[in-house]
Ligand binder design. Structure first.
Ligand code: NAD
Length: 256
C-alpha cells in the first residue's frame, strides 16, 4: 500500500500505459481518477478495477479542452479535498514528414500532447502548493532523445515536456511539489498496435531490435516506475527523467 489514500489523477487512463498505471496505483491503495476522452472504455475499465475494492472514478475528459480539465480537477477536490498525484499520460501518435505534414495535424498533436499539460498542471498545481505536497509525472518518450523518421512533432512535444518538468521542479521544489518524467521505449499498447496495422507486420520485429533487451516493454513495467515516482519513497527525487526503455538509449550496438 505504497500510495495509501493518495488521490491520483491519470489522463489517457482507458488504455495502454495509463490503464496499467491506474491499476497499479489502485493496487497500492490510491484513490484513482481515470480521465479519458473515451468515456465508454473508461467507465468499463473503472468498473472492472473497482471490483478489486479500489476507490475509482471514471471521468470523461478531453485534455485538449480547458473546461474538461477544470471539471476533472474540481471533481477530485470536491470529493476528496486534495490531489496528491497527477500523471500526464494522454497523447495521440500522429506522424508526418515535416515537408508534408499539414498544419492541422501539427496543431492537434501539440494541443493534445503538450498544451494539455499546461492545462492540467495549471488547474492542479494551486492545490498542491496549498497542501505543500504533490507529485506530477509527465509521460515523455525516448523519442525526445533519439531520431525517428517522420515523428518530428511528436518528438518535439515529448522533448518540451522534459524541459517543462525541469523548469517546474526548480520552481516548486520549495513547496514539496515534485515534477518528474518517464521516457518509455516501445511498449506493447493499442497505440503501437495501431502503428503496426498502418506500417506493416514487421513493425514489431523492427521495434524489438531497437532495444538492447531485444523486446518491447509492457505497460506494467512503465506503471511500476510511476508507482515509485508517485510514492513517498521518491520523496527527494524531482526534476528527474527515468527511461523505461530496455536499453534503447544505450544503443547503437556494434555487431562483430
Ligand atoms: N506505446 C509506446 O510505445 C509509448 C512509448 C513512449 C511513450 N509513450 C507515451 O505513453 C503515453 C501512453 O501511450 P499508450 O501507448 O498507452 O497510448 P494508447 O493510445 O494506447 O492510449 C492512450 C489513451 O489516451 C486517450 N486519449 C487520446 N486523446 C485523448 C485526449 N485528447 N484526452 C484524453 N484522453 C485521450 C485514448 O483514448 C487512450 O485511452 C503517451 O503519452 C505516449 O506518447 C508510449
Amino acid at each position: 500500500m505504497r500510495l495509501n489514500n493518495k488521490v491520483a489523477i491519470i489522463t489517457g487512463a482507458a488504455n495502454g500505459i495509463g490503464l496499467a498505471i491506474s491499476e497499479a496505483f489502485a493496487k497500492e491503495g490510491a484513490i484513482v481518477f481515470m480521465a479519458d476522452i473515451d468515456e465508454i472504455k473508461g467507465i468499463a475499465e473503472a468498473e472492472r478495477i473497482k471490483k478489486t475494492g479500489a476507490i475509482i472514478r471514471a471521468v470523461q475528459c478531453d485534455v485538449a479542452v480547458r473546461e474538461d480539465v477544470e471539471y476533472l480537477i474540481n471533481a477530485a477536490i470536491a470529493e476528496f479535498g486534495k490531489i496528491d498525484i497527477l500523471v500526464n499520460n494522454a497523447a495521440v501518435a500522429i506522424g508526418g514528414n515535416i515537408m508534408e505534414m499539414p498544419e492541422a495535424d501539427w496543431d492537434r498533436l501539440m494541443d493534445t500532447n503538450l498544451k494539455s499539460i499546461y492545462r492540467t498542471i495549471k488547474a492542479a498545481l494551486p492545490f498542491m502548493v496549498k497542501q505543500r505536497s504533490g507529485s506530477v509525472i509527465n509521460i515523455s518518450s525516448t523519442q525526445a532523445f533519439r531520431s525517428w523518421h517522420n515523428w518530428t512533432a511528436y518528438a518535439g512535444a515529448k522533448g518540451a515536456m522534459l524541459s517543462i518538468t525541469n523548469q517546474l521542479a526548480g520552481q516548486f521544489g520549495e513547496y514539496n511539489v515534485r515534477f518528474n518524467s518517464i521516457s518509455p521505449g516501445a511498449i506493447l499498447t493499442p497505440m503501437n498496435a495501431k502503428r503496426a496495422s498502418e506500417e506493416g507486420p514487421d513493425f514489431f520485429a523492427k521495434s524489438e531490435t531497437m532495444h538492447a533487451m531485444n523486446r518491447l516493454g509492457t505497460p506494467e513495467e512503465v506503471a511500476m516506475t510511476a508507482v515509485f515516482l508517485a510514492s513517498d519513497e521518491a520523496g527527494f527525487i524531482t526534476g528527474e527523467d527515468i527511461k523505461v526503455d530496455g536499453g534503447l538509449c544505450t544503443l547503437p550496438r556494434y555487431f562483430e
